[in-house]
Design a protein around this ligand. Structure first.
Ligand code: KG4
Ligand code: ZN
Length: 346
């Protein structure tokens, strides 16, 4: 089955074609620039940019995969959670094309897309596994038993990890989206110069990042604001977030007795987080899987993959435009028939 994936939940337009036998055939991502001068995503601008990009990008992936519309067997689009106007662009295009092409469509949960993104790689993780899902809107530790069977073991009580990165980066005068910019200057800094708090470190599996943000803000206000100091603050902040995420992940592995963990979501693109967890895995005997960095942040390939699994399981959406700003992951159900894992990218 060949599935066209459409992701428009926030400020990335992601379009991809996934083939259940051959793997990923093509994928394009457009990161919107319209928001940069506002220091955050402006929903109306996001919707307008998706409208401009979706159809030309669909033509682009078809051309790259050397396929015609009649070669596509199904369409998957992100139905939530996300910005409603932005989601509606993807949903309307997906439902219109499926009507015109007379093929099934399915609305995909954005976070299920992130959770399954490691399946796009050459060595996909076998079920069950632990997932550290860290994005701009979510920080969660999830036990993934199989497609659609997700148990949330811990989550952020306030800011998501990506949100903490973005807010701290903004404070330090870095461009939006801040995470990658902060990570870049952190490489030049001393992570031990500032002892920022690691809230809730000694107990449970929940996270809290708002106190950390306040501590960084105070340290910055008192500092000389030199380039080196800013790099030191960035490195110390990044270290505090990574220490927290990793301590909780290790605790969750121990509590669940799972021996494999995946990192997914935008913050999963953070190289230091990836390296640190990988090295710990080698030492402590658990396996770490992650998608390539471009599939950690929002993309169409993960939606095409998750949609392909759901379509193969027999799920078909009605002819309705149905999107949700909020949509708890735990509302998802396992299909009665679960297709075997599909081709990763060899
Ligand atoms: O998954 P994603 O693309 O969008 C959401 O679904 O939220 O995640 C975006 C988040 C942003 O907060 C961004 O700053 C963060 O991921 N991010 C990073 C890095 N790359 C992206 N945070 C830390 N280090 C990175 N290298
Ligand atoms: Zn995302």
């Amino acid at each position: 089955m060949r599935v066209l994936g459409i992701e428009t939940s926030c400020d990335e337009t992601g379009i991809a074609i996934y083939d259940s036998k051959a793997g990923l055939l093509a994928h394009h991502i457009f990161s919107q620039k319209a928001h940069n001068e506002y220091g955050g995503v402006v929903p109306e601008l996001a919707s307008r940019d998706h409208v401009r990009k979706v159809l030309p990008m669909i033509q682009g992936v078809l051309k790259e995969a050397k396929l015609a519309p009649q070669d596509i067997d199904g369409i998957a689009y992100t139905a939530g959670p996300g910005l409603v106007g932005a989601l509606m662009v993807g949903a309307v295009v997906a439902q219109s094309l499926r009507f015109a092409w007379d093929i099934p469509a399915v609305g995909v949960h954005h976070m299920e897309g992130h959770l399954l993104a490691p399946m796009l790689e050459a060595n996909p993780p076998p079920f069950p596994f632990l997932a550290l899902l860290v994005s701009g809107g979510h920080s969660q530790l999830i036990k993934v038993t199989q497609l659609g069977e997700y148990e949330i073991l811990g989550e952020s009580l306030d800011d998501a990890a990506g949100e903490a990165f973005d807010k701290t980066a903004k404070l330090l005068g870095l461009p939006y989206p801040g995470g990658p910019h902060l990570a870049k200057i952190a490489v030049l800094g001393n992570p031990e110069r500032y002892a920022f708090p690691r809230p809730l470190l000694d107990r449970g599996l929940d996270f809290s990042f708002s106190g950390l943000k306040t501590a960084v803000s105070n340290a910055f206000a008192k500092s000389d604001k030199s380039e080196q100091t800013i790099a030191d603050i960035a490195a110390s902040f990044e270290q505090a977030v990574i220490d927290t995420l990793i301590t909780k992940s290790l605790r969750a592995l121990q509590m669940t007795d799972l021996k494999q963990i995946i990192i997914a979501g935008g913050v999963g693109a953070n190289q230091k987080l990836r390296d640190t967890l990988f090295q710990l895995g080698e030492k402590q005997g658990f396996k770490v899987y992650y998608p390539r960095p471009i599939f950690c942040t929002d993309n169409g390939a993960m939606i095409a993959y998750a949609g392909c699994m759901r379509l193969l399981a027999g799920e078909i959406e009605d002819y309705k435009i149905n999107v949700r700003a909020r949509w708890p992951l735990t509302e998802l159900k396992s299909p009665s028939f679960i297709p075997s894992p599909l081709a990763g990218e060899g």
